[in-house]
Design a protein around this ligand. Sequence first.
Ligand code: NI
Length: 250
Amino acid sequence: MTDTHCHLNDDKFSMDVEEVIKRAIDGGVKRMVVVGYDKISSEKALELSSKYDEIYASVGLHPYEAETYRSEDLKHIESLCLENKVVAIGEIGLDYYRGPENRDKQKALFIDQIEIAKMMRKPVILHVRDAFKDTFDIVKNYDLKFVFHSFSFGPKEMKYILTYENLFVSFSGMITFLKYVRDAAKISPINRTLVETDSPYLTPHPLRGRRNEPSFVKYILKTLSEVWGLDFESCERITDENASRFMDFD
Ligand code: NI
């Protein structure tokens, strides 16, 4: 199993991160991608990746940083990309949930980081909230791989994903408790679908209410295998191969 998006760099894991990682590895999770969202969390992701063979890092500035980042923060992200275990840029993107005030700033930060990804030849992990169309219109112009992390849309948006070979989708715990996400998963491209926990957030059914962790990725895989009508092992193999095609783990 590959947890393609988790935040072991979050404070909620500060007390027991080693045990959490051990539980994941013992439970069959072969790879975990720890995803940054600002300067400090990106550095922390890299630090964790240097301690464990199974951990990889992604670095980037989340759209929430659009108001406060400085240009040297972008240079910093660029320099982190040179490290061996940085496998992606992200999570970056557009988040319109909090209102329209800073949309232009978000777009500028987003595009600057896509340009870094292009230069560094890294795939991009997208955070997209209430901004599917604007995001799609930007990413479709790039010859780069993108993943819509924690896919939170329905079949209508999934049909757009189907039209571009470079676009991947990743399912989180939402697939276990939202029917429209399962409906989208039914038509998700089988060779471009990943799974993730987004831990400590979005805990899957039947463990909702608890802190999420990478070992719970099996519940997401189980739901996906049911939606696809495949056995668990096939679904695990397919999503592992997809993750390897999306990111370079070697
Ligand atoms: Ni995340």
